[in-house]
Design a protein around this ligand. Sequence first.
Ligand SMILES: NC(=O)c1ccc[n+]([C@@H]2O[C@H](COP(=O)([O-])OP(=O)(O)OC[C@H]3O[C@@H](n4cnc5c(N)ncnc54)[C@H](OP(=O)(O)O)[C@@H]3O)[C@@H](O)[C@H]2O)c1
Length: 119
Amino acid sequence: MSNAKVVVITGVSSGIGRATAMKFAKQGCRVFGTIRNIKKAQAILGVALVEMDIRDEASVQHGVQTIMEQAKHIDVLVNSAGVTLIGATEETSIAEAKTLFDTNLFGCCGSMKSGTEIR
Ligand SMILES: NC(=O)c1ccc[n+]([C@@H]2O[C@H](COP(=O)([O-])OP(=O)(O)OC[C@H]3O[C@@H](n4cnc5c(N)ncnc54)[C@H](OP(=O)(O)O)[C@@H]3O)[C@@H](O)[C@H]2O)c1
């Protein structure tokens, strides 16, 4: 059995998540990268891709379950999936602000909860 650390990174289709996944894989970790749409995913060497939308509780639970079935545990969770909203508060709609919090705050909480609850 491998002693490699099991690392889960959300949002590896681009940006910080993708770069982080590459880095952990190069260091010899067992890396699972989550992606919203697996059909559009570009493979990353040494990274197993798992479909997950962090705004969808059932999707998060299914994704974490899939990882746990394969790796049995998670050592490191990197919450990188997120959206960016730039603009003055008075120019931002409540719907836009809610999307930001649903993704960047509650989405992160959901993946952390699932990661610790499903054992
Ligand atoms: N880059 C910076 O300098 C910087 C600085 C401070 C904070 N941040 C924050 O850090 C986060 C990541 O930044 P980034 O530059 O890496 O952004 P990015 O390149 O836009 O990557 C965001 C990632 O999150 C995924 N994502 C978005 N909504 C999702 C959802 N509901 N479920 C699952 N995955 C979802 C995206 O997937 P899709 O391809 O499916 O959309 C993408 O893989 C953002 O919240 C950003 O605001 C970034």
